[in-house]
Write a protein that binds this ligand. Structure first.
Ligand SMILES: [Zn+2]
Length: 474
């Protein structure tokens, strides 16, 4: 019998332990918050009892309701009991609710054990940052604006922004980041954020200025292209579009010329690495992509000017400008060689009262040769023009002898019978004949043959033109 009591007593103790564990004690099991956490600092939060377990107990009393260590005055009505509290600082806040009740099975003994505890996060916007701070209009990068919350949590954020001296405008989105797209207008932007639902002006936190710029390279005259002559100096380019409040760390000027530029014609544009740069010397080069005719090259050497502007957290490539260096200010003629009759014959008024040609006077045949081009192709063109001089002179060894073109004797024979009643009229007739004689003589020249011989001489001279690399000389 004693053994039996022992067994029953043991079972009873187990039962009590288990029963009390399962019943616990009268307890709040769930709280509802409004607004839902995380909640903005300074915001009044309404807490409502949303779940309660009082099974086995009666005469339930609220022993304490504390928030963040502060005890609240709350009237207990069971389910639906509410309390309000305004959090004045950020962090993870502890809410503790303790109930007591009379155990129906224990003759009115009050039970009060461990309280219901939960936490909510109270946050603020601590900082608003944009990255990068400056971007190029319509460029690849956008600015990401981020609200840093304290403490780090999933709190919602209200956004506004303004441009230049405009008004604050709402920005869509309640997340911790918003994006300033490069497709937006050029300007100086500012963003601000506060916890969503805060409604207090002092909760706004502003970003630093964020910029959409439109950097481009222009001349002092405002143009995006310029022409200078080989060997010339002084054309100035500058980067336009840097707001005065931004101070770039550095400027890196460079230029691009076609990849397969003719060997030996290295371009040289010297830059100073500042906002403004002056081209120290314009250098013409043979344009490999020249679409100009056979055995010619473009008189304009084209440079694409670039400038990379480095800001604290971004590099922006300014829109490019074009510099063209003209090899030759004289209408694209690199060199020329001509032969012509110069001077005047002797004329006299004869007994018939008319003016006649009476002698060769100072008529002479002159070969006039000039090389206009300066720079790397000078010698090449000089050799070419010299070959034409040889042809017109009829020097020994020349293949195409043009010494019979435009001779004084032949010209004299054409004018010897000209007469006029005034000196002026006779001189006009002679001049007119000089022009037509010259034209007739030049029509006799096989220019292909003449040029081929000259090119065979000059083609050997470095540097080579683009066509020489791609269509070797026959
Ligand atoms: Zn020629």
């Amino acid at each position: 019998m004693k053994e039996l009591f022992k067994v029953i007593g043991f079972i009873f103790i187990i039962y009590i332990i288990l029963f009390q564990e399962s019943l616990g004690c009268p307890k709040v099991t769930s709280l509802k918050f409004e607004p839902e956490p995380p909640v903005p600092v300074g915001k009044q939060v309404k807490m409502t009892v949303d779940g309660i377990d009082t099974a086995g107990y009666e005469d339930i009393k609220l022993e304490s309701w504390s928030v963040d260590g502060t005890k609240l005055e709350v009237t207990w009505i069971g389910m639906g009991t509410t309390a309000t509290y305004t959090f004045t600082n950020t962090g993870e806040k502890k809410i503790s609710i303790q109930l007591s009740g009379e155990d129906k099975d224990k003759d009115g003994k009050r039970d009060m054990r461990e309280p219901y505890e939960t936490t909510i996060v109270v946050y603020k916007v601590a900082k608003v940052t944009g990255s990068p701070v400056v971007i190029q209009k319509d460029g690849e990068k956008n600015i990401t604006v981020t609200a840093i919350l304290e403490p780090e949590c999933e709190g919602l954020v209200e956004w506004q922004r303004k441009r230049d001296n405009g008004r604050w405008e709402p920005v869509e989105g309640v997340g911790k980041t918003v994006t300033l797209l490069s497709t937006e207008d050029v300007g100086k932007y500012k963003y601000r954020a506060r916890p969503k639902g805060s409604n207090k002006d002092e909760d706004w936190v502003e970003s630093e200025h964020l910029y959409i710029v439109d950097l481009k390279i222009i001349t002092t005259g405002g143009e995006t292209s310029a022409i200078m002559v080989e060997g010339e100096a002084g054309i100035q380019f500058q980067v336009l579009g840097i707001p005065p409040s931004l101070n770039p760390l550095k400027y890196e000027w460079s230029y691009k010329i076609p990849d397969d530029a003719v060997p030996g014609t290295a371009a040289s544009c010297i830059f100073s690495q500042q906002a403004k740069t002056t081209i120290a010397t314009g250098r013409w080069y043979a344009d490999p992509a020249s679409k100009h005719g056979w055995r010619e090259c473009n008189r304009y050497a084209r440079y694409i000017l670039k400038c990379k502007v480095t800001f604290t957290d971004n590099e922006i490539k300014a829109k490019e400008a074009v510099l063209q260096v003209d090899c030759d200010p004289r209408d694209g003629v690199a060199g020329s060689t001509t032969v012509d009759i110069f001077g005047d014959p002797d004329i006299r008024r004869e007994s018939d009262k008319m003016w006649h040609v009476v002698g060769k006077g100072n008529l002479r045949r002159d070969i006039y040769s000039v090389v206009f081009l300066v720079g790397v192709f000078y010698t090449k063109i000089l050799v070419h023009e010299d070959k034409h001089v040889d042809q017109f002179t009829g020097r020994p060894g020349v293949e195409y002898d043009l010494s019979a073109i435009c001779t004084v004797d032949k010209f004299y024979n054409r004018i010897i019978n000209l007469i006029a009643d005034t000196k002026k009229k006779l001189l006009e007739l002679i001049e007119s004949e000089r022009i037509s004689y010259r034209a007739e003589e030049w029509r006799k020249i096989d220019t292909v043959r003449m040029e081929n011989e000259a090119y065979r001489a000059s083609d050997k001279i470095s540097p080579q033109y683009y066509w020489q690399k791609n269509w070797p000389v026959q």
